[in-house]
Design a protein around this ligand. Sequence first.
Ligand code: ADP
Ligand code: MG
Length: 703
Amino acid sequence: MKKNSIDALMRPKSIAVVGASATPGKIGYTVVKNLLESKFEGEIYPINPKDTEILGLPCFKSVLDVPGTIDAAVITVPAKFMSGVAEECGKKGVKGLIAIASGFSESGRKDLEDEMLEICGRYGVRVLGPNIVGTLSNSDNLNASFAPFLPKKGKAALISQSGALLIAIDASSFSRGVGFDKLISIGNMSDVDFAEIVDWLNDDPNTTCITLYIEGLKEGRRFLEAARRSTKPIIALKSGVSTHGAAAAASHTGSLAGAAKVYGAAFQQAGVIQASDLDNFFDRTLALSLQPGMQGDNLLIITNGGGVGVLATDAAEKFGLPLKFAPPDVQKELKTHMPEFGSAKNPVDLTGMAGNEWYGDSVRYAYAHPWVDGLVILYCETAITNPVEIAQSVEKAIRESGVTGKPISVSMVGGERCDAAIQWLVDHGIPAYGAPGLAVNVMAALREYDQMRKSLAEPIEACGPENRELAIQVIKKARKAGRNSLTEIEAKQVFAAYGMPVTKTELAKSEDEAVELAKSIGFPVVMKIVSPDILHKSDAGGVKVNIQDEAAVREAYQMILANAMDYKPEANVHGVAIQEMAPWGTEVILGSINDPTFGPTMMFGLGGIFVEVLKDVTFRVAPVASNQALHMLGEIRGAPILAGVRGEKPRDQEMLAETICRYSTMILDLDDEISESDANPVLVYEEGKGLKVVDARIILKKK
Ligand code: ADP
Ligand code: MG
């Protein structure tokens, strides 16, 4: 059965309310009342076997008794009646269910949810929910929910995994001055998920900005693809980032919240802006729903007060948009709109004497100047100015400049008159806030948005050929021997099959063989225990480096075996690895996990002891192209070490980026086989001199 599109759920022409009630206080009553109060223009059919009329509308015993067609049915009956209702809706040809009903997977009754899905699947009926508040749309005069009223009119759309938060956002949209066209409650996501609604909103002419409250995604990669496709900014408020929070989110929705760092990486890769908390969510939504992305780093701040100017300057640095001095021509012109003691450098301080005219003239000039990529206007209430008039002259200057496609935000610090001015600006399409740091924070979000979109548009630089056959052979052999992990020698064979440079390594099963191999590899060599039961070889005294001659090989051979016996007498020992000793280089770690939400995911960080202590690592969902990997290298705190500090030459970052690309290809290609892996350390040399993987570990998926 072909699935209906979600159009009927998002923009229904006729709605049945199953479980409608004439008793105030019941959800079935509230939904009918809300549909009427929102002035919904389509047909409304209350369904309840016991009533003949609800809120003045004729009531039907079943959807099957309704004379006309039904696009969407809002379901408010208890979970135990759901399958019966779904069956009737299917027979009636209802296109989608807005399943407000709860008591499904979120409270341990996944069976009821599966049963409903099976029936809906048979008829092609789509399901929003269950366990939702409903859906609201200003442009469709639609409040098919038990939220009290339609939100303040605006251009943002919200998809929320929490119903309570959706109602709270609805209610506070007015006091916060942030408008929404749609509020969509997504609940258990049994059928319709974030990805599908994001795609739909991307085509919706009434939405300019998509906002999400996420506890845990079910199909991470589907979501990432939809987000990448989106031509509209997406803002995500992701909860469950603390370990405690993660547990709470899991029990709340029945879906597991993934690791915060991986979510952060995935959002970045898909061009999704993150909000740090609920306040930040509102602030950023306001700006991204009203303003275009910021296409360069040149932020100009115009203020009438030194204090707020410095606060904004600090914020600019904190949020990654450090201020630069304005070029001479800009300074020269701006100097003409301020008293002698003003400053035109940036922040541009018009001084407390600035009135409507100075504000208007300097904004008109600065906004149109090609050097300026984004403008932040600050205002402190003064005795000689009227904030609303200042707001009006700023808005007029922007309009008259004739320039578009450049973002602006405003902060007005003061009392009630400032609040009124802020609201006036917002109503005229300019995001405005009560504190300078907020106006700057949203500008950083607009800059981040532009950068992420540009990076998404970059052509993907693929990396070299691979030998999958060889890798699979190695893995099969280990599985045949009943193992779930590869030895270092095997792991290096797999890494090498994907084109990563590994140290030459051979297995010696006797002292004499060890000597032969050392001679053929060439001194000095490194010797290591080879045992699937010893994963951390140094801990077992199983690594000897810098072995210079035959006598030392013999001594090390005996010593390593003896240490292993002491460490783990029952360990199955394959022998001793003889390997080429790599010259000293900067130690980094590459690793992979199979994230429950996003699948194969790469990690990169500084290696050795640093990784344990500093946890200075960064993630990307695979695949990671070489050019994207270069961005990763710059993200860790230790980035200057790779770039070359204190007279040291820069490390071979290009080769490192390419190795990350190859590694990510490997984990994606061997997704069915590899559960976790790492290359720790990888020794990275000077620019042009490459790198070497000196230790490798692969843990297989259980089969
Ligand atoms: P472990 O299982 O303890 O992680 P490693 O193979 O990583 O064992 O070896 C421990 C350390 O020895 C490495 O961190 C690295 O500093 C050094 N080392 C290991 N192999 C080599 C090699 N082939 N060349 C140079 N140094 C090496
Ligand atoms: Mg190691």
